[in-house]
Design a protein around this ligand. Structure first.
Ligand code: AMP
Length: 130
């Protein structure tokens, strides 16, 4: 059965897309730790990130680097944190999280609740950034 992220990539489940190419897809996390919290996924469906073949993993990092640049410019944060957990969805993914201070990264904190309009606004801003 396809993972939820494969369904998102195929457009069977809606997402707030920020970037896409032939092999990778980036979209806003629906339970964001900060505005602009983005997930980067390979279109190839592999559960554990370090089971990806080296070329796909390398390409995923390059794609994430470009997405992180857009997030930084769009959200005006100091840096973009890179986190890999992957315990919830069995499809390799990288969290890119706008970062201004270390305490911004805390997965136990309550997640932000954003309106669909705000998610759309943020996704469009990131997608349109340099
Ligand atoms: P983890 O596997 O622990 O890295 O967590 C998976 C992440 O995927 C969580 O932060 C969820 O909020 C996020 N997530 C799950 N379903 C969706 C979805 N339909 N759209 C966007 N993000 C999602």
């Amino acid at each position: 059965m396809a993972t939820i992220f494969t369904k998102i990539i195929r457009g069977e489940i809606p997402s707030y897309k920020v970037a896409e190419d032939e092999n990778y897809y980036a979209f806003l996390d629906i339970n964001p730790m900060a505005e602009g919290h983005t997930l980067v996924v390979p279109k190839k469906e592999v559960d554990y990130i370090f089971d990806l073949d080296p070329d796909t993993l390398g390409g995923m990092m390059r794609f994430a680097q470009q997405a992180a640049g857009k997030i930084k410019n769009a959200m005006g944060c100091k840096r973009v944190a890179v986190v890999v957990l992957g315990l919830e969805v069995p499809h390799a993914h990288i969290h890119l999280i706008p970062l201004n201070r270390e305490s911004d990264i805390d997965f136990r904190k309550p997640k932000l609740k954003l309106s669909p309009e705000r998610f759309t606004e943020i996704a469009d801003k990131i997608a349109g950034a340099q």
